[in-house]
Design a binder for this molecule. Structure first.
Ligand code: MTE
Ligand code: MO
Length: 220
């Protein structure tokens, strides 16, 4: 959605203006010196490993939905056509998996998380995000990290539709956190106040997961 389609006095414009005034998502967290491109304890791979809980759900585009709810001014329940109608963005970023592999320069296409948030309009209470996927997987992260400039709800990788094994038809990509935060087969985005642990976070992984601080496990 471009700004010129929005009436000047709409709630959306007001909310965007409020975010800008608060500098809410301008954390500077994602810019790193080039010398720090490979985080500590990581090694580079050229392939793209598949990691998940073992069940890879098959979701037809006709039954696919994305629900956004919780602390938002406008709840969303988007079908595939509605999701495609949101402005599409391209982002190139690196993957860092907690199992120590990293993969550079992945080209993602889809909806930037900021464009989605512009539609849902988080309220002031919203501080964290709890994600739920079609395979039952859950994971959590702060709203400012979900809203990072290079975070994308990806439907394509390297110009091709995202394959089922990598989370197609749509997965989250939040490149500045370990890849377990990037939920595959994403179905529900809940805006919450206090942080709540997801699947791996309940099983010993770190609540935040910053690769440059090696926040792999909860006691790191
Ligand atoms: N829905 C869902 N998303 C998930 C997972 C999962 O099991 N289910 N695994 C996570 C983990 S631990 C990693 S490392 C990445 C792996 O993504 P990939 O298989 O595309 O490399 O997906 C993350 N997202
Ligand atoms: Mo992982």
């Amino acid at each position: 959605m471009s700004d010129d389609q929005i009436p000047a006095d709409s709630k959306l414009t007001a909310s965007k203006r409020r975010w800008a005034a608060e500098g809410r998502f301008l954390t500077g967290r994602i810019s790193r010196p080039e010398t720090e491109r490979l985080p500590p304890g990581q090694h580079l791979v050229k392939n793209w490993p598949v990691l998940d809980l073992g069940e890879q759900p098959q979701i037809s585009l006709s039954s696919w939905r994305l629900d956004v709810f919780g602390f938002v001014e406008k709840r969303l329940s988007l079908d595939w056509a509605a999701f495609q109608a949101i402005e599409q963005s391209t982002r190139v970023s690196d993957i860092h998996c907690v199992t120590t592999w990293s993969r550079y320069d992945n080209r993602w296409e889809g909806v930037s998380t900021r464009d989605l948030l512009d539609l849902a309009m988080p309220t002031a209470e919203a501080q964290h995000v709890l994600l739920t996927s079609y395979d039952g997987y859950t994971t959590n992260l702060p709203l400012v990290d979900f809203a990072a400039e290079d975070a994308v709800l990806a439907t394509a990788w390297e110009g091709q539709p995202l394959t089922r094994e990598h989370g197609g038809p749509m997965r989250l990509v939040v490149p500045h956190l370990y890849f377990w935060k990037s939920a595959k087969w994403l179905s529900r985005i809940e805006l919450i106040g206090a942080d709540r642990a997801g699947f791996w976070e309940k099983n010993g992984y770190h609540m935040y997961g910053d690769p440059w601080r090696e926040q792999r496990y909860s006691d790191d």
